[in-house]
Write a protein that binds this ligand. Structure first.
Ligand SMILES: NC(=O)c1ccc[n+]([C@@H]2O[C@H](COP(=O)([O-])OP(=O)(O)OC[C@H]3O[C@@H](n4cnc5c(N)ncnc54)[C@H](OP(=O)(O)O)[C@@H]3O)[C@@H](O)[C@H]2O)c1
Length: 252
């Protein structure tokens, strides 16, 4: 069966690593990006040079109209969407609760939560056997922050990822008998553009790595492998699960 995977936030980090490895496993890949036009197009060129099939599609996952257009354009370019990875996400403004800013919170939740939920809506409308679809698999990229409320200053981000996990469980049950599997993947600290500036500070990196049982941060491809396993038929009886890819978690 032809497999078409849409990855939101696919031009960098975990999303990009997933795009490359998905190509090696025979998926056609749609790489959504917000601002990274050149990065997205370079990944597509790389994938096509390896004999794969990919397209780069712009769209702000905090905007409903962009999400609807992204799904339509993906299907026009690559055929029915069979797999979805919601990787687009932001850290938001770090800070204590007594410093919260309402606009920053709204922006954080618009991308990490509402946008992800609307992507799942669009996927359900296409994949569900109830709507004439052939089923599919979805992975929502959450975070280990959801488990302990995040590291200090990350309570808002942690809350957004907690919402992703709760939504994933409810959505998974709703569509389980309609051919769709939905799971959350919870990375621990991973070296990507989201974290590299902070991890350049050796004292901070040592502090983080000391808190992780494996004593190191993760790499994007380690997360991508776990995502691809959840998407694959090897995980055919797994839905509504949260898989931690986090070197054993973290201690705070
Ligand atoms: N790295 C970690 O330690 C870690 C740990 C746990 C969970 N995560 C989660 O993993 C996911 C991927 O992050 P990453 O580590 O791979 O960092 P990353 O390289 O910064 O990737 C995030 C991607 O999401 C895109 N994005 C953000 N807002 C978007 C929007 N509204 N519409 C479309 N794209 C948007 C970003 O593009 P723009 O820059 O153009 O906006 C970027 O390409 C995120 O959901 C993150 O919360 C990461």
């Amino acid at each position: 069966m032809s497999k078409t995977l849409l990855i939101t936030g696919g031009a960098s980090g975990i999303g990009a690593a997933t795009a490359y490895r998905a190509t090696d496993r025979g998926y056609k890949v749609a790489i959504n990006y917000r601002s990274r036009d050149a990065q997205a197009k370079a990944i597509v060129a790389d994938i096509e040079a390896r004999g794969g099939r990919a397209v780069a599609l712009p769209g702000d996952m905090a905007q409903e109209a962009d999400i609807v257009r992204l799904f339509e354009e993906t299907e026009r370019a690559l055929g029915p969407i069979t797999h979805l990875v919601n990787s687009a996400g932001i850290n938001g403004r770090r800070g204590r609760v007594d410093e919260y800013d309402a606009a920053a919170l709204a922006n954080l939740f618009a991308t990490n939560v509402t946008g992800l939920m609307l992507c799942c809506r669009e996927a359900a409308r296409r994949m569900s056997t109830k709507h004439g679809g052939k089923g599919g698999a979805i992975v929502n990229v959450s975070s280990m922050a959801a488990t302990l409320g995040g590291r200090l200053g990350s309570s808002a981000y942690a809350a957004s990822k907690g919402a992703v996990d709760a939504f994933t469980k409810g959505f998974a049950r709703e569509v389980a008998a309609e051919g769709i599997r939905v799971n959350s993947l919870r990375p621990g600290m991973v070296l990507t553009e989201m974290t590299e500036a902070r991890l350049k500070d050796q004292a901070f990196r040592t502090h983080i790595e000391t808190s992780i049982p494996m004593r190191r941060v993760g790499k994007s491809h380690e997360i991508a492998e776990a995502i691809l396993w959840l998407l694959s038929d090897e995980a055919s009886f797994i839905t509504g699960a949260m898989l931690d890819a986090a070197g054993g978690g973290y201690i705070i």
